[in-house]
Design a protein around this ligand. Structure first.
Ligand SMILES: Cc1ncc(COP(=O)(O)O)c(C=O)c1O
Length: 393
């Protein structure tokens, strides 16, 4: 059987960590591992009401073209990210993951080069794997973010990757939010060297401080393809996201999308459009930001009291993660294995996200702060610190 599969599948493998996380999903475990939004924060009642209204019309269960009403709502949302676009530039997808996937299929020929950070979202690496690309990595950092000067040097040296992949707000996993200046510079580089950027922005609406930084796309409408998602700001079960790109790209995307899954679920689109139309979304988003800010602060407070003298981190101004750096001698993959068996706490060892060998990643851990309530966060950090103390001896 294996011989009949495409060549790239022979080298791909499911990570042992993924298996481990599935095995450890029982109630006795505290999970800081997956990037789950808070279940209590889903606006289930309002969505149920929307669904009830939508189901009064049975044609909402039919195959269907993208819902214009929803695209208009997204157009309004995009202006909050500093992006002015027409509804014809908005393309609906089954989540950001599909957005990245469809764009990669449009941009990549097998064996081409792509530019990514040394430490990046694994879902992107999985998307490009079938194309067996050459992955050109640039340094990145949990404080300063992607090294834009290095990007410029690479392009100046003559490299012309098929695309650059970035997560400028609430980076997964490093948790940084890129400065306005670096965004401007990146956008300029994309235009100057004619290398498109995939801007993956599922956390862009989850800003916890007052100042919101506009999307990279707001600085360069032509060379940046924006990928958005309702997963972290509404509910991932909806499987709904979008791309903002030029008309020509949108036309091609619709061809690739039709081949993939015909159309984004009509029911989901209508339910979401109904919900957004009622203007409850603004309150919901504010509530979400308040709640996540407070969970973030709770985790930071407990990290400070329990591990402040040993590990370091920055306070994320967006997103769902805290990137914890331990001394270089610590191997967080080993820490993870022990944590699962002795303390029943899960997290992601940094190495999982390394597109290339990274000492910084190998001694770091990604902790999610959105999923658990304050009590669980306190208990989980106490258990982790017990483990870390044993390690230090
Ligand atoms: C950076 C990034 N991109 C894309 C996704 C996928 O999101 P979606 O549920 O919208 O497909 C995630 C999910 O965690 C993510 O962190």
């Amino acid at each position: 059987m294996a011989q009949r599969l495409a060549a790239w599948t022979q080298v791909t493998k499911r990570s042992a960590l993924q298996d481990m996380l599935e095995l450890t999903s029982g109630p006795e475990y505290i999970s800081f591992g997956l990037g789950l939004p808070s279940t209590e924060c889903f606006p289930a009642e309002q969505l149920a009401r929307s669904a009830g209204e939508v189901l009064q019309q049975s044609d909402h269960l039919q195959y269907g073209p993208p819902t214009e009403r929803l695209k208009q709502q997204i157009q309004r949302l995009m202006s909050q990210r500093g992006v002015q676009c027409s509804t014809s530039q908005i393309f609906l997808t089954a989540g950001a993951q599909q957005g990245i996937n469809l764009l990669a299929r449009l941009l990549l020929d097998p064996g081409r080069t792509i530019l990514a950070e040394e430490v990046t979202y694994t879902g992107f690496l999985q998307v490009v794997e079938p194309f067996q690309p050459r992955i050109l990595t640039v340094p990145t950092d949990p404080v300063m973010g992607i090294d834009v000067e290095q990007v410029e040097m690479v392009l100046q040296a003559g490299e012309r990757p098929a695309c650059m992949y970035v997560i400028p707000s609430g980076h997964n996993p490093l948790s940084y939010t890129l400065s306005r200046e670096k965004r401007q510079k990146l956008a300029q580089l994309a235009a100057d060297y004619e290398v498109p950027i995939i801007e993956d922005d599922p956390y862009g609406f989850l800003a916890y401080e007052d100042s919101e930084i506009p999307a990279v796309k707001s600085f360069q409408p032509d060379w940046v393809y924006y990928v958005g998602s309702f997963s972290k700001i509404l509910a991932p079960g909806l499987r709904l996201g979008w791309i903002v790109a030029g008309g020509e790209i949108v036309e091609k995307l619709s061809i690739v999308k039709e081949a993939a899954d015909i159309n984004t679920g009509t029911l989901t689109q209508q339910i979401t459009a109904n919900f957004l139309q009622k203007d409850e979304f603004t309150d919901h988003l504010q509530h979400l930001r308040r709640e996540y800010r407070s969970r973030r602060n709770c985790m930071i407070d407990h990290l400070c009291t329990q591990m402040g003298d040993y590990a370091s981190w920055t306070i994320p101004s967006s997103g769902l993660f805290i990137w914890v750096r331990f001394p270089e001698s610590v191997n967080t993959m080993e820490l993870f294995r022990e944590s699962v068996t002795t303390e029943k706490v899960t997290f992601f060892p940094g190495n999982v996200f390394a597109a290339t060998q990274s000492q910084m990643a190998a001694s770091s851990a990604r902790l999610n702060f959105s999923f658990n309530n304050h009590d669980k966060i306190e208990e989980g950090i106490a258990r982790l610190s017990r483990l870390v103390k044993r390690h230090r001896k």
